[in-house]
Design a protein around this ligand. Structure first.
Ligand SMILES: Cc1ncc(COP(=O)(O)O)c(C=O)c1O
Length: 361
């Protein structure tokens, strides 16, 4: 069988996602389990979204709009860009694959940070591209070193800002330095999946400057602060000509009917988004304070998760926490052994997390 599989597929490892609650309950015979492992929104989604979803229930037999007309229109208005600059997919994860398929020929180099969202690497490799990994600097992206690594074989460079799993950011000034040096024939992907949570005033909003850089593509998602991870909807904004090519690669019905309608409604409820961000800030401060009290090093986060150094093998800690009904993401799976990535939950979930982490440590 192996002989008929593409070499690139043989070389690709299966993505290990955060364990679902149902699996942990089943395997460990637990009644109560909380999941703080996949950076989901503990407050769910806007009540307005729920209403529009109920009203759609009789339309399941119809294909969704393959052009995502209303969603693109809503995003274009929200960001003040042309509709032709917007593309949508079944999660930004799907769009990462689309971008690799659009741009990478076998042997093309693609630069990523050593510790970042793992889907860049797997999709680069799947296309036969060469993944060039650049070591981190102070647990963040070393953007200068990433640009220094560009060769005449480089096709793409991936900047996750804020970065998953570290939660760190780079600033407007950093991005400007990068953009001044990146050749026009190298695509820069700005993955801003967590931008809604960012507090730092020096954070660059790439969409504001996108029109000056035809080689820059911004990816964002409804999975995080908008609370729609289960429905799968991500989007990108870029130069109109590039978007024309990207749209040739996206599966025509990648964004399902429910996701399209929910995303439009979610975007309209900016009050709910504010509540989510305010609550997340309070809870992030609570957890940060706890780590400080415990003298545990953590990365200053601009997201809905925190990376914390527990100074010991993280796998047994992860397993012990699982047994007590708390799912977190162990660092050994993310390229940061001895660290844990903890998604920020509700007030109640975070108190439980602290109690369990205290017991286990
Ligand atoms: C940095 C980053 N990009 C993209 C994604 C994919 O998100 P989705 O496919 O749900 O839009 C994630 C999900 O965890 C992420 O952390």
């Amino acid at each position: 069988m192996k002989r008929i599989i593409r070499k690139e597929v043989l070389d690709t490892e299966k993505y290990v996602a955060g364990k679902p609650i149902s699996e942990v309950k089943r395997e460990l015979g637990l009644k109560e389990v909380i999941k703080l492992a996949s950076n989901e929104n503990p407050l769910g989604c806007s009540p307005d979204v729920k209403k529009v979803l109920y009203n759609l229930i009789n339309n399941t037999a119809l294909y969704p709009d393959s052009g995502n007309f209303q969603l693109k229109q809503a995003l274009a208005n929200h960001y003040n860009v042309n509709v032709s600059q917007v593309f949508c997919g079944g999660g930004s994860d799907s769009l990462i694959k689309v971008l690799c398929t659009t741009f990478l020929n076998p042997g093309d180099e693609s630069i990523i940070a050593q510790v970042t969202f793992p889907r860049y690497e797997s999709n680069i490799k799947l296309m036969g591209g060469i993944c060039v990994k650049i070591p981190m600097k102070n647990n963040g992206l070393d953007v200068d070193a990433m640009v220094n690594a560009i060769t005449d074989k480089t096709k793409m460079i991936w900047m996750c800002n804020p970065n998953n799993p570290t939660g760190s950011i780079f600033t407007k000034e950093d991005l400007q330095k990068v953009l001044d040096r990146i050749p026009k024939n190298v695509i820069i992907v700005m993955d801003e999946a967590y931008i809604e949570y960012v507090e730092d005033k020096n954070f660059p909003d790439s969409i504001e400057i996108l029109n000056q850089y035809p080689n820059m593509i911004t990816l964002r998602t409804f999975s995080k602060a908008y609370g729609l991870a289960g429905l799968r909807c991500g989007y990108g904004i870029a130069n109109e000509e590039l978007v024309g090519y990207i749209n040739r690669v996206i599966n025509p019905f990648d964004v399902n009917l429910f996701a399209q309608v929910a995303a439009v409604s979610a975007l309209e409820d900016q009050d709910f988004l504010k509540e989510v961000v305010d609550e997340n800030r309070k809870e992030r401060e609570y957890l940060s304070k706890y780590f400080e009290e415990k003298k545990l090093e953590y990365v200053n986060s601009n997201t809905n998760f925190i990376m914390v150094n527990i100074n010991r093998d993280d796998k047994p800690v992860y397993e012990a926490m699982l047994k007590k009904g708390v799912i977190i993401r162990p660092g050994f799976l993310l390229g940061m052994p001895q660290w844990l990535r903890i998604s920020i939950g509700t007030k109640e979930q975070n108190r439980k997390l602290v109690q369990v982490l205290n017991d286990v440590l």
